[in-house]
Structures are given as C-alpha cells and as structure tokens.
Design a protein around this ligand. Structure first.
Ligand code: ADP
Length: 391
C-alpha cells in the first residue's frame, strides 16, 4: 500500500474503513480542514474511492488488511458498523486510535446489547425481551399484546431484519436459524424523530436540533429539520438523553439516536422511546451539509481527531432533506441538468453509485422559511431524479 499524501504543516491522516457514501461525503470537509483521508474500499469504484486519492482496496473482515491500512493513519473511523469485534480489538491492541471505540460500537451493532444497556441506564425503550423460540415469543406477545415487532439483533438496515408478527408460529422460520431474537412491543408512535450529536475523546459534545424522519416501506425518504411543532420539553429531554448516552457509553465521533414520539396519556405531554443508535454520521443528519453551520461530516472528523467541535446552529428556519432512490433509467445526467435549471436553490448530493431501482443513490437539501414549499421542492427533486415524475 502506498502511504497517503499528507498536507504540509503536520496535518493528520484519518483512515475510514469502508468506502461507501458516508466516507465519500467526508472528503469536502477534510479538504477544508486540511486533513487527508484514506479509505479501505471494497472495490476501486466504491463511492468514496471515486473522490479520495488514497483508497486501497481491502476487506474490513481481514485483520491483516485492516492493520496494514491503519499503519499509515493517525486515527481510524468507520463508514459502516460491520467491522467485527476481533478486527476492532486487533486495531486497539496495535495502538491505533479507533473512534468510536469497540466498546461503544457494540451498541450500534447488536440491538439486544443496546436494549439491555439503555434499560440499565433508565433510558425509555419499548417493552422488550430476548426470545429463543416460539414459546418465549408467545409469552411475550400475550403479556404485551399482539402484534409484536421482531428483530434480528445484528445486521439489519433499512427495515431488513425487522418483522411485525401477529402470532408466534409466524416467526418459526427466523427461529430455525438458531439465533436469539429481539421481541419488542409495537409502539403506537405519532412520528419518528432523530437526534444527531457528536462527542470528542476529551468529552466535548454538541447536539443538533431534533429532526423528524419520514419512512416509506422501511426506508427513510424525508427529513424535516427541526421537527415541526416539537414540544420544547420533549426536544430538551431527547437532547439530554443523547448527551447522557454519549457520556455513559463513551461514544466518540458523530452518532444518531432514533426515537419514536409517543402521544401523551389523557391529554398529558408527549414522550419518547428510543428505537436505535447509529455510531457514525447518519442519514437523518444529511440536512446538516447545507442547513447547519457545521455539517455532520466535518463534525465527525473534528471529533475523531479531538479537535474543538464546530457550531451546530441551523442556517435557516427549516431544512428539508429528500433521499434520492434509483429508478428504472440508468442515465441520470440529463435529468440532473434539468433539475438544476428548474431549482437553482436546490443542493443535490449524488454518491457516484450505479443506478439500481430502490437503491439510495443520493439526496437533496433545500433550506428557507416556508416548510410546505421546501417539502414540495425536495419531494419533486427526488421524484424527478427517480423518474416517477417527468416534469
Ligand atoms: P433498521 O435497523 O432496519 O433501521 P429499525 O429497528 O429502525 O430497523 O426498524 C425499522 C422500522 O420499523 C422503524 O423505522 C419503525 O418504523 C419500525 N419499528 C421498529 N421498531 C418498532 C417498534 N418497537 N414499534 C413500532 N414500530 C417499530
């Protein structure tokens, strides 16, 4: 592996394991901070490898490849949460500064470990249990009510690994795999929210405003920042929970806490329960690229390097992010050109990925004063790029 070229003046190299879109979106921030990135990419045409000069190809599952990659880096962080614990511990044992640390990352890798720890800390969660078979699931459902939300503890994303079941026998095929599952009560939430925060190794922390995330078929399609009409007390409680978790779990870097807003009982104030944690820049934070003084990608680099954190104030009253999914047409550039002409205030971020139907290939951001208008513009842009509207 050739060593990445450092900027003069003693500026560091940040290594990112995984060459996906999150690593790619760190590059503009790294340039402005004078920091060099190096990514361990899955392939030469991985999203990040197209824009980051140092992108050796290697596997995040191979200890030797990961250690060789880390040798040229001052700190190592992640594009995704799938690096196995033995590889993470080998990095730590080799003296590589790793952020987030394996002890924190486990709570984003394993939903059972996350539920256990959050419950210990008294952070509100849905009723839950670890279940090994249909008998245990039936007992859980009978106690907390059907349907039950059943989850595979590891490896889920975009709703894969989550299933709503009306009876225990329905889940027999999942139990046949021989792994314990996470059973949760189905929360009657009014909407899904997320809070994004960052913490540095020396303990400085910053929290962005709580946002609303809108999911379609298990995929986040829209983010409204800040969450419209959110009760100020609930905003404060959720932000407080994120800060507390950051300290208790010793999280370093940017992280997101996904929560459900739960209606108040008998006219009382609304409350929340935590759905899950992500220990990296997150889809719910893409709005910060254009809508916040400091983007989540810049903040992540600052945090993992233990630099002072940046200001997290929004640039406008509202920012709307729309995820762009691939459509049937592989050719994107002509559509893209038309879109830029139609809406000069629109910010389009594409990830350099081949178009496949339903695949997240980018997102758009718009910011300003009129939330309804911003939503319409973001929605139109995403639909137009996907090819579901033609004008
Ligand atoms: P993933 O890891 O795939 O993102 P999540 O745990 O976030 O999976 O679940 C995906 C979606 O399923 C959530 O966004 C939410 O809409 C729904 N969901 C998950 N858990 C519950 C629950 N306990 N009650 C109600 N809905 C849930």
């Amino acid at each position: 592996m050739t060593a990445p070229k450092r900027a003069p003046g003693g500026f560091p190299v940040v290594g990112i394991i995984g060459g996906g879109q999150l690593a790619r979106m760190c590059q503009p921030a790294a340039e402005n901070l004078s920091i060099t990135l190096s990514v361990l990419a899955e392939s030469p045409d991985a999203a990040a490898a197209l824009v980051i000069p140092s992108a050796p190809v290697g596997s995040h599952l191979d200890v030797d490849e990961v250690l060789a990659f880390a040798r040229d880096c001052d700190v190592v962080t992640f594009d995704h949460e799938h690096v196995p614990a033995p590889v993470l511990h080998a990095l730590v044992e080799a003296g590589v500064p790793v952020h987030p640390k394996p002890e924190a990352l486990v709570y984003a890798q394993d939903k059972l470990a996350m539920r256990e720890r959050l419950t210990e800390l008294g952070i509100p969660c849905p009723a839950w249990a670890q279940v090994h078979d249909t008998v245990e699931l039936a007992a859980f459902g009978d106690l907390h009510g059907w349907p039950v939300v059943l989850k595979t503890p590891r490896g889920g994303y975009d709703g894969k690994g989550v299933r709503v079941v009306d009876s225990a026998t329905e889940a027999q095929d999942w139990f046949d795999r021989g792994e314990p599952l996470l059973a949760e009560a189905k929360v009657p939430f009014t909407r899904e929210l997320a809070v994004l925060a960052a913490r540095s190794p020396s303990g400085q922390a910053a929290v962005w405003p709580v946002v609303q995330t809108v999911q379609t078929d298990g995929i986040c399609t829209e983010v409204l920042a800040p969450a419209p009409g959110l009760d100020p007390d609930l905003q404060a409680q959720i932000a407080q929970a994120a800060l507390r978790l950051a300290g208790e779990l010793d999280i370093t870097g940017v992280f997101a806490v996904e929560v459900f807003e739960v209606p108040g009982v008998a006219g009382g104030p609304p409350s929340y329960v935590v759905n899950e944690l992500a220990m990296r820049p997150h889809n719910s934070g893409h709005w910060t690229m254009d809508g916040s003084v400091t983007s989540q990608f810049e903040q992540h680099l600052r945090a993992v390097l233990d630099l002072p954190l940046g200001e997290v104030a929004p640039r406008a009253p509202w920012t709307v992010m729309g995820n762009v999914l691939g459509g049937a047409d592989e050719e994107l550039y002509s559509t893209y050109r038309h879109l830029l002409a139609r809406d000069p205030g629109l910010k389009v971020h594409l990830y350099g990925k081949a178009v496949r139907p339903g695949r997240k290939i980018g997102h758009v951001n718009v910011y300003g004063d009129d939330l309804d208008q911003l939503r319409a513009r973001a929605q139109h842009a995403a639909d137009y790029l996907e090819g579901t509207v033609r004008q």
